[in-house]
Design a protein around this ligand. Structure first.
Ligand code: G
Ligand code: G
Ligand code: MN
Ligand code: NA
Length: 254
């Protein structure tokens, strides 16, 4: 069977699971939330990484079903994390272009929040610049409805696509995620340092949060924190992990 046929089977067999990567405060290093990251545990192939199946799911449309599952499962899971931590946390969920275009997307968001009894402000939806580019009118309508629920929007991989600063003015965006390609050579790379500095400063002037991705060492974190980056996500402060490990990380962190 093709990997594509196997994917339809996998949905039925419940072979998809979520890992959770901590997102920490850049200065206190307290865990503020988690990004949900999808994995496929194939019975023969083992753990299939998302770069291998997400583009396929995007093409065959399965992403809509998978994405709805991710949203609900992640919202429910974060409530368990909150219970274990004894404090409020947020959950970040990736939204693919096809999911965003789907007519039922907003209903799915509402269902996930209702199911988990989560406040809107505790949910961060990560979208890419391409989503805003391809159909700005639809994006504006949908993002406005999402923002009306208090749900937050992050631009994932900020600065790597066809970005336009006009989008920051037009759409209700809360967070810029600084792509790890800009982080990996910090603080030595003069260009990357300048880019991060400017993005953080721009965000701060627009009252947006910044999440630096792919932070792997102490010097990178120090540089970003000094520039005023709000949140840090990367192997230094936590790999994507299973729920039990996330709970252990929360207990060790608070
Ligand atoms: O998990 P990993 O670190 O390998 O992620 C690789 C890519 O897969 C990232 O670009 C991430 O945004 C994407 N990805 C992971 N989980 C999801 C998901 O639930 N939905 C969508 N649309 N993309 C995801
Ligand atoms: O595109 P998106 O930002 O959603 O993708 C997140 C991806 O980044 C996931 O595949 C995750 O496993 C990966 N990731 C998270 N932290 C690090 C890190 O510190 N270094 C590297 N190389 N990858 C990371
Ligand atoms: Mn992401
Ligand atoms: Na990213």
């Amino acid at each position: 069977v093709s990997i594509e046929a196997a994917m339809f089977e996998a949905v039925k067999n419940g072979e998809f699971l979520l890992h959770y990567q901590p997102v920490v405060d850049a200065t206190t290093r307290q865990i503020m939330g988690f990004e949900a990251l999808m994995r496929w545990m194939h019975p023969d192939l083992g753990l299939v990484p998302p770069i291998q199946f997400i583009p396929m799911a995007e093409n065959n449309g399965l992403i809509t079903l998978l994405g709805a599952w991710v949203l609900k499962a992640a919202c429910v899971q974060i409530r368990h994390f909150e219970e274990a931590a004894g404090r409020q946390l947020y959950i970040s969920v990736n939204v693919s272009p096809r999911q965003f275009r789907n007519d039922h997307f907003l209903e799915t968001v509402d269902e996930a929040m209702k199911l988990s009894d989560l406040q809107g402000s505790q949910l961060l939806l990560e979208i890419t610049e391409g989503i805003l580019m391809s159909d700005p009118d639809h994006a504006e309508t949908l993002l406005t409805a999402i923002a009306a629920r208090g749900v937050r929007i992050a631009i994932d991989d900020f600065g790597t696509g066809y970005s336009s600063l006009a989008y920051l003015k037009r759409f209700p965006i809360n967070t810029l995620k600084i792509d790890r390609t800009f982080v990996k050579d910090l603080p030595g790379s003069v260009k990357d340092a300048a880019i991060c500095d400017v993005v953080i400063s721009l965000a701060s002037h627009l009252n947006l949060n910044t999440i630096a991705e792919g932070v792997e060492d102490e010097q990178q974190l120090q540089f970003l924190a000094k520039q005023g980056c709000t949140l840090i996500q990367g192997f230094l402060t936590g790999h994507p992990m299973l729920p039990d490990e996330a709970i252990a990380a929360l207990k060790a962190n608070s």
